[in-house]
Design a binder for this molecule. Structure first.
Ligand code: NAI
Ligand code: MG
Length: 325
């Protein structure tokens, strides 16, 4: 928090449906009575197309001077000259834990994904005939993600450590380290191979409470969990470090529906609720979650959930619910 005592939030609308859903998140935060300073930071693919630069060093400095980031979505084109902004932000702010809750009638699970190493190390050698990516697992990286997962599992129930250590030597270090942390903290844990976890997530999702896993596995399993919940558009995430955090829906910029006014804003709204929780505003976070649940229970839904409402309809309904006496 800044010296004045007000939280300073870098607001990054981004590309595609990013600005559409972020507008919703800000409207709902306002309706919930959240007070914070907003610093608009326009970075992303659109900026790259206009100016040949997706994010300047000054933008990064601006973001670093804020307490946290609230982000819509950013397009990452398959262009070798384009460096992913999100990967850069996660690295620069050392946002080592990616926390993704999934809640519906079928599932109540939090995936805790290691966010800085694994196969997303950025260490690559690319030749015409052969390309390599180095998968990095460190004891320190595994320890701190296991600590975070145990902290969350203490409030839930069982911790499942997901890995592929029968094939990948690097995952033995991850598994052993996570097991040691869970043991020391008195958290009940089990281990599961990632392919088995992918299967169980579909056939028996209720068996999971908290999953901790490496970067790529967490990326894939969380989109799978979003499918179990019913839509990518419903799901939120927090990227958390020691001194900073970034909140964003887990979906991307969805170019196929951008500009149509039908993007589901609930993932972005839930990300805003996670930001409230991180700021210690638990009551506001709980009220926003309840308002989202109320909208879903009353079939106020966008087309991805089979409904006929627009982004604005859903946003207004959630905001109105929050403003009721
Ligand atoms: P995507 O998540 O943007 O879209 C996948 C599918 O889900 C699309 O059919 C889309 O219409 C639908 N969808 C996504 N969010 C929705 C919402 N809120 N409401 C209704 N439907 C929704 O993934 P895709 O198409 O693979 O990626 C598009 C771009 O987004 C790419 O450039 C990718 O790199 C980027 N991306 C960015 C992320 C981020 O900013 N954190 C995360 C994932 C992808
Ligand atoms: Mg992903």
């Amino acid at each position: 928090m800044s010296s004045k005592g007000a939280w300073k939030v870098a607001v990054v609308p981004g590309d595609g449906i990013g600005p559409e859903v972020l507008r919703s998140a800000l409207a709902v935060l306002d309706a919930a009575g959240a007070k914070f300073e907003q610093v608009l930071v326009e970075i992303g693919f659109g900026r790259w197309k206009r100016l040949g630069l997706a994010m300047a060093d000054e933008d990064l400095e601006t973001i670093k001077q804020c307490d946290c980031v609230l982000l819509g979505a950013i397009t990452t084109p398959p262009d070798p000259d384009y460096r992913s902004i999100l990967l850069r932000l996660r690295k620069e702010l050392d946002l080592y834990a990616n926390i993704r809750p999934f809640r519906s009638k079928a599932i109540d699970l939090i995936i805790v994904r290691e966010n800085t190493e694994g196969l997303y190390s950025g260490l690559e050698e690319v030749g015409a005939e052969e390309a390599r990516t180095l998968r990095v697992v460190t004891r320190r990286g595994s320890e701190r993600i296991a600590e975070k997962a145990c902290e969350i599992a203490a409030k839930k129930k069982r911790l499942t450590i997901v890995h592929k250590s029968n094939v990948l030597q690097s995952d033995r270090l991850f598994l052993k380290t996570c097991q040691a942390v869970a043991m020391r903290r008195g958290i009940q844990s089990e281990e599961m191979l990632v392919d088995s976890a992918a299967y169980n997530l579909v056939v028996n999702p209720q068996r999971f409470d908290v999953i901790v896993t490496t970067n790529l596995f967490g990326d894939i399993l969380s989109d799978e969990a979003a499918g179990v919940v019913g839509s990518l558009g419903l799901c939120a995430s927090a990227n958390v470090g020691m001194n900073s955090a970034l909140f964003e829906p887990i979906h991307g910029s969805a170019p196929d529906i951008a500009g149509k006014g039908i993007a589901n804003p609930l993932g972005a709204i839930r990300s805003a609720a996670m930001m409230m929780e991180w700021m210690g505003e638990t009551e506001k976070a709980t009220r926003i979650e309840a308002a989202v649940q109320w909208a879903l229970d009353n079939d106020i839904k966008t087309p991805d959930l089979g409904g006929g409402c627009s982004t604005e309809d859903v946003t207004d309904a959630v905001a109105d619910y929050l403003e009721r006496p």
